[in-house]
Design a protein around this ligand. Structure first.
Ligand SMILES: [Zn+2]
Length: 339
């Protein structure tokens, strides 16, 4: 490791998006006088009558949830994308717009209102993985759907309105911005080198062994070299696969194990139910070979130095680039030591 990276301001390149992040390790010790978030460590009941995701409860549209035992999926009652949106485009001088169709679903990870992924067994998380695979295939098979975005928004600080363990799946006709950038970067690299961008990156990461938090036979959990969020992490499959449906039974379990490990160390870090947005980026469902794709899962947690101090993406980050103080290597050290 070049020690300059731990001592002096510099910028790091994100190979997946083609963008830069500013790193300021010398600032990590400055005192905090900003906003503090409220900690919520209340014990939740296993079933909450007022929760619209709990088994047997009635949702706002009048539909009743079944008495589900593990994972439950339903179409979002207030979907951001419509299947009925007509195909149209607007090209009026410099005003440009395109129609967008899609299907949005909600996935309850467990009937137990009090749990999060960190509290679930690897076998139970594996059931969530299996459901993601099923939904990716089913949603992707629609002619109008060319991309399936799986994600979770966890914690009130992330604007998540319901503490019940759940995630979402938004599927749509075109590639969203973040996916488009990664598609382009991976494609360019694959065409030039005939190998996977993320596969080659992981090889270098495993050799350096500075940002790896955990690994099993099939996955590595690491802080990416170019991480923006203080404790941002990524789960990367060790062999190139385009999407999660290409996992074997054993790989699927090992993926669940990786999710379990990272969510558990997150909760330990500041002794709280750690908030984050997580998501899986994988090949589009557009019928193309997409051989350049190497799927992965990312976690973007907002907490900076305690359960109550959150990082804000404001000022320079809105007008310039994202910026961080604690280095990726320091963050990886802290998480690794909590395993
Ligand atoms: Zn609930």
């Amino acid at each position: 490791m070049n020690t300059n990276l731990q001592d002096y301001s510099h910028k790091r390149f994100n190979i997946l998006t083609g963008e830069w992040v500013l790193v300021s390790p010398h600032r990590a010790k400055r005192p905090w006088q900003g906003q503090n978030e409220a900690i919520s460590n209340e014990q939740r009941p296993t079933h909450d009558l007022s929760c619209y995701l709990c088994a047997g409860n009635t949702r706002i549209n009048g539909e009743e949830n079944p008495e589900y035992k593990d994972v439950f999926v339903f179409t979002n009652d207030f979907a951001a994308l419509q299947t009925t949106s007509p195909v149209f485009s607007v090209n009026e001088g410099l005003f440009k717009a395109e129609s967008e169709q899609g299907i949005c679903k909600v996935i309850c990870f467990s009937p137990d209102h009090s749990k999060s992924l960190a509290d679930m067994t690897v076998e139970d998380i594996d059931k969530v993985v299996k459901t993601w695979q099923k939904e990716y295939i089913e949603l992707g098979s629609h002619a109008m759907i060319n991309y399936v975005q799986i994600f979770e928004n966890k914690g009130a600080v992330m604007g998540c309105s319901n503490p019940h363990p759940h995630g979402q799946i938004w599927s749509q006709s075109t590639l969203p911005n973040e996916v488009y950038k990664k598609d382009q970067q991976q494609n360019r690299y694959y065409n030039k080198n005939k190998s996977s961008l993320l596969g080659d990156y992981l090889e270098q990461e495993l050799k350096a062994n500075e940002r790896i938090i955990y690994q099993n036979d099939d996955f590595a959990v690491l802080i990416p070299f170019w991480a923006i969020w203080p404790f941002e992490a990524m789960i990367v499959p060790k062999t190139q696969k385009r999407n999660i449906t290409e996992l074997s039974e054993e790989e699927s379990l090992n993926f669940a194990d990786a999710i379990s490990k990272i969510t558990i160390v997150y909760d330990k870090l500041f002794e709280c139910s750690f908030p984050y947005s997580s998501g899986i980026h994988q090949s589009p469902t557009d019928g193309q070979p997409n051989d350049h794709w190497h799927w992965h899962m990312s976690f973007y947690p907002p907490l900076l130095r305690s359960a109550t101090v959150k990082k804000f993406m404001v000022g320079y980050e809105m007008f310039g680039s994202p910026q961080r103080d604690i280095t990726a290597e320091q963050a990886a050290d802290r998480l690794r030591n909590l395993l």
